[in-house]
Write a protein that binds this ligand. Structure first.
Ligand code: NI
Length: 171
């Protein structure tokens, strides 16, 4: 396994739309393992392949408190979303140290392939629902700051660009 470099907003590659995975083979299993290692190392609850500059529909997440319930979703599709919406504070490994409120469906059902290529359905609520919607946004090239006002987004962009220029590290 290997830790991968995480793209930082406003890197334009974060806006790439991911393609479906043609087959769950060794290459994809290695990608899943690398995404999980990278996510755990960065103490994130989710990571999309888009964020490591791989533009295929693969996300990983672990919203358990014990950090021992890795989930891989390959070619995920929402099959149901609650009418009830909920506002929660979000962050993103591609937008370090920025947290803000985003409104999302309170619960969703998602169908995907697992690491073995088996189809499964997951009913997510609470943090898991937030996470799966956030990560699926990444696959279509959307970063959570795009839900915020243009003013806030500009401030975030300026702050992160300055940080990148100054060569500051967050870790
Ligand atoms: Ni994110």
């Amino acid at each position: 396994m290997a830790r991968l470099n995480i793209l930082r907003y406003p890197d334009p590659r974060l806006h790439t739309v991911a393609k479906p995975v043609p087959a769950v083979d060794e290459r994809i299993r290695r990608l899943v393992d690398d995404l999980l290692e990278t996510m755990y190392a960065a103490e994130g609850v989710g990571l999309a392949a888009t964020q490591v500059d791989v533009h295929e529909r693969v996300i990983v997440m672990d919203t358990s408190e014990t950090r021992d319930h890795p989930i891989a979703l390959i070619n995920p599709e929402l099959t149901w979303a609650s009418e009830e919406m909920r506002v929660a504070e979000e962050g993103c490994l591609s937008v370090p140290q920025i947290y803000d409120k985003v409104e999302r469906h309170a619960s969703v059902k998602v169908q995907a392939l697992d690491r073995q290529g088996e189809r499964f359905e997951m009913h997510a609520e609470g943090l898991a629902a937030v996470c799966v919607q956030h990560e699926m946004d990444h696959l279509r090239g959307k970063v959570f700051v795009e839900y915020l006002s243009a003013l806030k987004r500009d401030r975030i962009r300026t702050k992160l660009l300055k940080k990148a220029r100054d060569g500051q590290r967050d870790d």
